[in-house]
Design a protein around this ligand. Structure first.
Ligand code: SAM
Length: 477
């Protein structure tokens, strides 16, 4: 395989070295020159079949491959890796928008400071408790907290207090067991505070790794500092957060550049911190107030989107891949086969949108493409042969960071995530599902419970499933 450029240093803590522009350009050029080279692509696929991941260059070659036979093999390989690492489970979550106050000038986001048309809103703790109760009534156990960046309206103390509120709400049989947080890049000491408050994954999308484009797309506010943003995950890990989730907003920059850099970011975290990203998100730019995705020139087709997901799955087998309701039902259906492990369901992207749906979407961050209820999504997943999971066990059992990666890489998740998925699905079916969803869900659990390899675990899970039917909750392996 082609050597890397000298400027690329995945262990470096400097953004310009672990996201080396020169290395990206060189990798893109090399992949382009070899995209019809069947034997080279086959060699990469052979390496990928060991399921230990492949480099950004190799992944770039697969993404660029223009050979039909090789492309089919790429999709088959992605599906195989997904099945072996994650089985048929799909974890469900919902975003919770706390505040749309923001001091940044991101040109693609309607929350940008210059936008005077949208009403600005920040939830009080009482409103958050009501939002959380509404989310619990849908059946959610896992949230992604979202907020704009604003030192006065949304300081870290507000986020911490909101997390405490979220974890404290126990409505009927409901509870939020994992709160992931998507807020702007911050300091090590603030990351420590988030860790102490029980953060699940710290999510931060790079938007684009292309420095010049980044500067143009973020003309003002703290987020305009490329290095501060790009090096945020290192600070988050220094602050003790083991699970970090990276992503780019596809549509802003040319996808090949960002795909390559995204994988270099994953390589960097593994090389410098010993743990790669817990998740990779693949959001695509959507229409929003004053935002027309077509004006950004770099939109990607559904075919390219599917190939990106497949190639990420092959390159970073252990990472979770997240797809949100920015994608349509059809697009989500396609990528579920190719490596996605988490999806959102029943999402509202407006501030306070769960308790009081916002008919005009006035405070929405973007238009969602999949408007189905959580129950419709659960029903659909079951019919497609997936196991909808509300599991949050790893994080609560301390299996984060390298411990989660080790579990995932060892293939032991079948004795762990699989039973936890079945038990949390059972809770969902009893507490929240429509009769038809409950019926097909119960059948699924019956047929799946026998496939837990470890006999002791299998028997224990059988007992616990019975206890869930009798009203007990929150069992986990
Ligand atoms: N304030 C945080 C920050 O500065 O990184 C992030 C919170 S924001 C609510 C979450 C993500 O939504 C952003 O990182 C961006 O990728 C995405 N987003 C913004 N505008 C969007 C749009 N028009 N369509 C799709 N996604 C968008």
């Amino acid at each position: 395989m082609e050597a890397m450029t000298a400027s690329y240093n995945p262990k470096s803590l400097a953004a310009c070295e672990f996201i080396s522009h020169e290395e990206i350009i060189d990798s893109l050029d090399w992949a382009d020159r070899n995209k019809n080279n069947a034997s080279l692509i086959d060699e990469v696929l052979r390496k990928a079949s060991e399921k230990k991941g492949i480099s950004h260059r190799e992944a770039m070659l697969l993404l660029d491959s223009s050979l039909a036979e090789q492309n089919e093999a790429i999709f088959r390989m992605a599906k195989r890796i997904k099945d072996e690492f994650y089985g048929t489970r799909i974890v469900l979550f919902a975003p919770l928008y706390l505040s749309n106050h923001c001091v940044n000038g991101c040109t693609y986001c309607p929350y940008h400071m210059q936008n005077k048309r949208i009403p600005r809103k920040k939830l009080t703790q009482e409103e958050i408790a009501r939002e959380v109760a509404a989310l619990q009534d849908m059946g959610h156990k896992r949230l992604a907290i979202e907020a704009g960046e604003h030192p006065v309206h949304n300081p870290i103390s507000y986020i911490l207090e909101s997390m405490e509120t979220i974890y404290s709400v126990k409505h009927k049989n409901g509870s939020i067991r994992r709160a992931n947080v998507n807020i702007a890049a911050t300091t090590v000491s603030e990351y420590k505070m988030l860790k102490d408050a029980g953060i699940g994954t710290y999510l931060l999308f790079q938007e684009t790794y292309h420095k010049e484009s980044y500067k143009r797309l973020h003309p003002s506010g703290p987020k305009s500092n490329y290095e501060w943003h790009t090096e945020a995950m290192d600070r988050a890990m220094d602050g003790g957060i083991d699970d970090v989730g990276i992503g780019v907003l596809f549509g802003l920059e040319r996808y090949r550049y960002d795909f390559c850099a995204l994988l270099m970011h994953a390589e960097h975290l593994e090389a410098a911190k010993g743990v790669g990203p817990h998740t990779i998100s693949v959001p695509r730019l959507r229409a929003a107030d004053g935002i027309d995705p077509d004006s950004f020139d770099n939109g990607i087709s559904d075919d390219i989107f599917a190939k990106i997901v497949a190639c990420i799955r092959i390159a970073v087998p252990y990472t979770g891949i997240i797809v949100s309701t920015r994608e349509s039902q059809a697009s989500r259906q396609r990528v579920l086969q190719l490596g996605v492990s988490q999806i959102s369901g029943g999402s509202r992207t407006s501030v306070g949108g769960y308790e009081l749906p916002d008919p005009d979407n006035d405070t929405a961050q973007f238009e969602v493409n999949d408007l189905r209820t959580l129950d419709e999504v659960v029903n659909w997943l079951i019919k497609l042969g997936h196991i909808p999971s509300f599991c949050t066990a790893c994080y609560r059992a301390g299996r984060t960071g390298d411990r989660f990666m080790a579990l995932c890489k060892s293939g032991q998740i079948q004795n762990c995530c699989h039973p936890n998925a079945l038990m949390t699905l059972e809770e969902y079916l009893i507490d929240y599902a429509r009769p038809e969803t409950r019926e097909i869900g119960e059948k699924l659990i019956q047929s799946e419970r026998g496939s837990i390899p470890n006999e002791k675990v299998r028997l224990k899970v059988g007992d616990w499933l019975d206890e869930i039917k009798e009203g007990r909750r929150d069992f986990r392996i």
